[in-house]
Design a protein around this ligand. Structure first.
Ligand SMILES: [Zn+2]
Length: 133
């Protein structure tokens, strides 16, 4: 399942970043999804929830931002939205070899998480962990 592997990859990357920052919980993950990336949003949503389960992302919300596909014609420089199914023939000169400028991306645009508790509020006694030697 395509969406499941994407969801697992996204969750893995966010989890690494969140844990490195000491985050206690991830609230929102924003993902930019190109319209030509071949991702079914509902399916991705479902897989995302499954992938989050048992991680620091548990309960996080996935917000997807759709990116329209755009192509450019090398000979004449014309640019156009390719639409779906994609039309890769230049509408100006008819050249079929378009260069895809956007629409295949799949990237994490933003993550919101809870920061670790502020380090030792004034006057508060530091209690050592049991593991501390
Ligand atoms: Zn052209």
């Amino acid at each position: 399942m395509h969406e499941m592997s994407i969801a697992l990859a996204v969750v893995g990357q966010v989890e690494d970043a969140a844990l490195a920052a000491g985050a206690t919980a991830v609230r929102t993950v924003r993902l930019r999804v190109g319209e030509l990336a071949g991702v079914v949003p509902d399916s991705l949503q479902f897989c995302f929830e499954l992938a989050c389960s048992g991680t620091v992302l548990e309960g996080a919300r996935l917000e997807t931002e759709s990116v329209a596909g755009r192509a450019r014609c090398a000979p004449c420089g014309d640019q156009w939205p390719v639409g779906m199914p994609p039309d890769l023939c230049c509408p100006a000169c008819g050249t079929p070899a378009a260069e895809l400028l956007a629409g295949r991306e799949l990237l994490i645009a933003g993550v919101r998480w809870d920061d670790p508790p502020a380090p030792a509020a004034a006057g508060r006694v530091h209690r050592p962990h049991l593991e501390e030697r």
